[in-house]
Ligand binder design. Structure first.
Ligand code: AKG
Ligand code: FE2
Length: 299
């Protein structure tokens, strides 16, 4: 396990439904990804106005289309490092630990670059189950999810740190197990909100049943680079977000060139030794991805 992760972090995850693990990734691990974000998105944004996020005091945020600009989906037209950070062995190990399962799948990986003034990023408190399942968060924690936000740049409150409400606080306001909050309950949740601010390299973990919201960037010329990376227990077909198979023409070769069998298994590719692998499937799959070293699958 990554040495940045303590027993308190794990306890905090179970108790609060969210935890920030500061500097989970080293500066060296983040540097190439920060460079990729600079070339993909830049540091100024494409904003058409800098006065857009002035809001009346006490107003409740909401989701708007413009909040979701500068989002790309795995695989990325970028470095191998950026493509593989979602599948970093220590992140996979943490997902397994937090979910309490021995096999996980990656079901979401997208970038997000936010810029002061490009949008009003202020959201109402919500839980993310709404677009991760067609039902509701399971009672059993291993059947829920772990959603990571990887901080590629420093995430301070003035560049829109996510705010969340710990489970016990949300339960006091809304009752145990609530997953939606009315307009009137929003202000009560705000009095209990905690900031997920942290330096670059940090990882926020939160669940699909944890109340949280995006907040505005107020720092002049501020920007926030993050990557959203979510895991579920392997085989949990209730949960989904992206469909990896949908775009075979995207740069998957960057992943196949370097990923281990366990990393690829998180994308649904059977492990070596799985009955799926026969002389026929091995040969045809190799033909699709010539750069993939499949020797482990032949053994
Ligand atoms: O990016 C953030 O800080 C939170 C955004 C969010 O919660 C959402 O869009 O569902
Ligand atoms: Fe959310």
């Amino acid at each position: 396990m990554n040495t940045a992760v303590t027993d308190e972090h794990i306890e905090c995850w179970h108790k609060d439904g969210a935890v920030v693990i500061e500097r989970f990734f080293s500066e060296e691990a983040i540097a190439p990804i920060y460079a990729d974000y600079q070339s993909l998105y830049g540091v100024t944004g494409l904003g058409d106005g800098k006065e857009k996020n002035v809001k009346p005091p006490g107003s409740v945020g909401a989701s708007h289309r413009k909040q979701f600009l500068n989002v790309d989906i795995l695989p990325y037209q970028a470095s191998v490092e950026m493509n593989l950070i979602s599948l970093h062995p220590q992140l996979i190990a943490l997902a397994k630990e937090l979910l309490g399962v021995d096999r996980v799948e990656l079901y979401q990986s997208h970038t997000w670059a936010k810029y002061t003034g490009e949008a009003d990023y202020d959201q109402a408190f919500h839980c993310d189950f709404g677009n991760h399942t067609l039902t509701v968060p399971a009672d059993e924690s291993s059947a829920r999810t772990v959603n990571f936000v990887i901080y590629v740049s420093d995430v301070t409150d003035d560049v829109g740190a996510l705010h969340y409400v710990a489970k016990q606080d949300a339960a006091e306001v809304l009752g145990t197990g609530a997953i939606t909050a009315t307009l009137e309950q929003q202000s009560a949740l705000r009095t209990r909100q905690r900031s997920a601010a942290g330096p670059a390299g940090s990882v926020l973990a939160y669940g699909i049943d944890t109340f949280h919201r995006g907040t505005n960037l107020t720092k002049p010329d501020g920007y926030r680079y993050t990557m959203t990376v979510s895991f579920k227990a392997a085989g949990n077909s209730q949960i989904g977000f992206h469909v990896w198979q949908f775009s075979p023409e995207r740069p998957w070769h960057l992943i196949f060139a370097k990923a281990t069998p366990e990393q690829l298994n998180c994308l649904g590719i059977p492990l070596p030794g799985d009955p799926f692998w026969t002389p026929r499937t091995l040969a045809l799959t190799q033909a699709r991805w010539p750069d993939w070293n499949m020797s482990a699958y032949h053994q």
